[in-house]
Design a protein around this ligand. Structure first.
Ligand SMILES: *Cc1c(COP(=O)(O)O)cnc(C)c1O
Length: 393
């Protein structure tokens, strides 16, 4: 079994580039250039230097002593929450903006739902002095006022998407329309391992720094460069893809993906794509997605904005269908409980997304000798309103 993308952009049955003819030129230009540029020494030097000096990498692999005692096993947290801007997203944003510059693009466009990808994009555009336009659903602009303020302060223009449900998918449509209209000078920056080939592969490569660091950190701490299990939450799947990347062909490592069950998979308030989704095309890629009998995308639900996505990247659809990945779910409530527990045991307030990965600890039987890595994708500052509202003790 192979878990890398093939020449046509497929992971097994999933992936590809299902795009309108008007986008062909843009996507093809990217496909023709991305590997050569990002594998060059010059690119790698600049990328690694910014990750070190600007983002603050390597992030620690922290042995969580009290959490380990509670579950009678060895739990390590990969601290992506300590990155500049508070999550793993900036690894990808820096990578793509460096690529855009080398392709002589002057204008960066992106869509955002909760605003986290928008903030990471606006941050790096400020750093690189590039024009930045963020498309965001009108409804989301109202719901996510602090992130909208951050983007504006960073110099980005936030353009409202006013059609349809006025949320993420409508913002995506607006961004694609912009890209079609401005093929020469504009770079479309996607925030997860989704979209047409080569985006899923490219984003996975930029996030693979997570498992690259884990290897040497595990040697130092455990004497072996791999853990027994890696646990990561999955929205589109980029933090999980980065945490799994260098272990996908090592079958001694169990890869555990945690989706957001929302209120439960038997309700229609869920974002557990592999459990309730079916095969189809979303955002230019063949994958699993939540859709009705007419093939229209259904609205997902999760308490965490970053997992509130109706699809999953094609790599994860392949990991699921092939059985290489173990897919489990955590409900809104289970994620909240896990967040309060981590806060009290370790003094770390996790992002609500990452709390879904932490909730998996209650669903698995561990041996005392095992080493578990949980990818702590982000910090919880942005979720304080929810945490305080839901706190019952
Ligand atoms: C955006 C986000 C996610 C979900 O996105 P993936 O592409 O699945 O990683 C998870 N955690 C945090 C903190 C996020 O900001």
């Amino acid at each position: 079994m192979n878990y890398e993308v093939n020449e046509q952009g497929f992971y097994g049955d999933f992936g590809g580039a299902f795009i309108p003819e008007m986008l062909y030129h843009n996507v093809n230009e990217l496909k023709e250039n991305y590997l050569q540029i990002i594998e060059s020494n010059d690119f790698q030097d600049e990328f690694k230097d910014l990750l070190k000096e600007y983002v603050g990498r390597p992030t620690p692999l922290y042995f969580a002593k009290r959490l380990s005692e509670k579950y009678n096993t060895n739990v390590f947290l990969k601290r992506e929450d300590l990155n500049h801007t508070g999550a793993h997203k900036i690894n990808n944003t820096i990578g793509q903006i460096l690529l855009a510059k080398r392709m002589n693009k002057k204008r960066i466009i992106a869509e955002t739902g909760a605003g986290q990808h928008g903030v990471a994009t606006a941050t790096v555009c400020a750093l690189m002095n590039l024009e930045c336009i963020i498309y965001m659903g009108e409804v989301d602009i109202k719901r996510q006022a602090p992130n909208v303020a951050r983007m504006k302060m960073l110099g980005a223009e936030v353009r409202p998407a006013t059609s349809g449900s006025k949320t993420l998918k409508d913002a995506t449509n607006e961004a694609i329309r912009d890209w079609i209209a401005n093929p020469e000078d504009t770079y479309y920056l996607i925030g997860s391992v989704v979209g047409p080939h080569p985006y899923p592969d490219m984003v996975a490569r930029f996030q693979s720094i997570i498992s690259e660091e884990m290897k040497s950190q595990l040697i130092e701490k455990t004497g072996r460069d791999y853990p027994d299990r890696i646990i990561a939450c999955v929205g589109g799947g980029s933090n999980a893809a980065g945490a799994f990347y260098h272990y996908s062909n090592n079958d001694k490592v169990e890869l555990i993906a945690v989706e957001a069950d929302g209120l439960g998979i038997t309700t229609n308030k869920t974002a557990a794509t592999t459990q309730v989704g079916t095969e189809g095309i979303i955002h230019g890629s063949k994958t699993l997605l939540m859709q009705n009998s007419e093939g229209q995308i259904t609205e997902p639900h999760s308490i965490s904005a970053g997992l509130d996505y109706p699809g999953v990247g094609p790599l994860h659809a392949h990991l699921f269908k092939s059985g290489r990945g173990t897919f489990i779910g955590a409900t809104d409530k289970e994620a909240l409980t896990a967040a309060y527990q981590l806060t009290r045991l370790e003094g770390i307030i996790p992002a609500l997304e990452s709390s879904h990965a932490l909730a998996a600890l209650d669903k698995i039987e561990f041996k005392p000798s095992e080493n578990i890595v949980i990818n702590l994708s982000g910090r919880g500052d942005k979720d304080m309103e929810t945490y305080i509202r839901e706190m019952s003790y």
